[in-house]
Design a protein around this ligand. Structure first.
Ligand code: DCC
Length: 265
């Protein structure tokens, strides 16, 4: 049986860059781009650098099947321009380079801590915005993204956000609830917007959505991504999926190592 090529393009396995969605966010003055190579998910780099031995295979995102571009509120950017400029030259598959850069971005040096602290004390919303590309490997219902892949994307994105604002202290998901609102087209580029709604002791309460500007009512103008103030919540009708959950700060990374040892007994 031949596949519908408009829905299943076997060549569409990497992030379309530049994409109009990415362009719309770069024009928005309320958010600032962080090159994704600098805000890569830390587990891979951590296991490589520390040798504590995350020995399992990664899940959906092993081969970058979720292509992601991150934006944070303007005013709380931690990377300097020199590093950002350099990152443009990094080949996508150069993981070793990403690891080195990762370590620098998350390292809790004084300047970075001060930048974020000032931003948060001034009432800044701690959020992560961006575009995400669901490549064809994530197929569930024919032509649409598997719900488990969508969930994994959320967990990954929220994890990145929490790491960004918590500056290297390890967090794990206590719970995360997903609400599927509209099917997620396979191979599409979607927007996401996540935020840390509040912090209570070791708990970080998070919420957010993956949204599509054209998912509103048929007779209205699409959502204006370039002009939207991302300190505001995204209107419900644009959401393809929503989450809310709690992340928990561990006392130290040793907790993970101990559990790993215990599970081998
Ligand atoms: C840079 C390198 C980074 C390296 C680190 C990389 C991390 C990558 C994370 C990626 C995201 C994931 O997928 S993480 C993987 C999925 N998550 C997990 O596997 C977590 C498994 N759970 C656990 O290990 C444990 O439950 C902990 C450590 C999270 C908490 O256990 P604990 O320390 O014994 O604490 P405990 O007293 O039980 O609970 C603490 C508080 O949370 C509440 N609580 C407990 N469970 C829940 C729950 N499901 N929903 C709501 N609340 C809960 C309790 O009532 C309590 O509230 P109160 O009395 O204090 O008010």
């Amino acid at each position: 049986m031949s596949r519908n090529r408009s829905l299943h393009n076997p060549n569409l396995t990497s992030f379309p860059n530049p994409s109009p969605e990415f362009g719309a966010l770069t024009r928005n003055s309320s958010v600032t781009f962080i090159p994704d190579t600098l805000l890569w998910w830390p587990s891979y780099s951590y296991r490589k650098e520390s040798g504590i031995g995350f020995s399992g295979e990664d899940f959906f995102y092993r081969d970058g099947k979720f292509g992601v571009r991150y934006f944070v509120p303007t005013g709380c950017v931690l990377v300097n321009e020199e590093t950002a400029a350099k990152s443009e030259d990094i080949p996508d598959d150069d993981m070793e380079y990403k690891i080195l850069k990762m370590a620098k971005v998350f390292a809790p040096n004084k300047g970075k801590v001060e930048t974020l602290r000032r931003f948060v004390e001034d009432g800044g919303v701690r959020s992560l915005t961006g575009v995400i590309h669901f490549a064809n490997d994530t197929e569930g219902p024919p032509g649409f993204v598997h719900g488990g892949a969508t969930f994994t994307a959320f967990d990954q994105l929220v994890g990145v956000m929490v790491h960004y604002y918590a500056l290297h202290s390890p967090h794990m998901t206590l719970n995360l609830t997903i609400h599927y609102r509209k099917p997620m087209p396979l191979g599409s580029v979607q927007f996401f917007h996540l935020r840390i709604a509040k912090t209570e002791g070791r708990k970080m309460y998070v919420d957010g959505c993956i949204f599509d500007p054209s998912a509103g009512d048929a007779d209205e103008e699409p959502f204006d991504v370039a002009g939207w103030d991302f300190s505001q919540t995204i209107p419900e009708k644009y959401a393809r999926a929503k989450v809310e959950g709690v992340f928990y700060r561990l006392a130290g990374i040793e907790y993970l190592e101990q559990n790993r040892k215990d599970s081998r007994l």
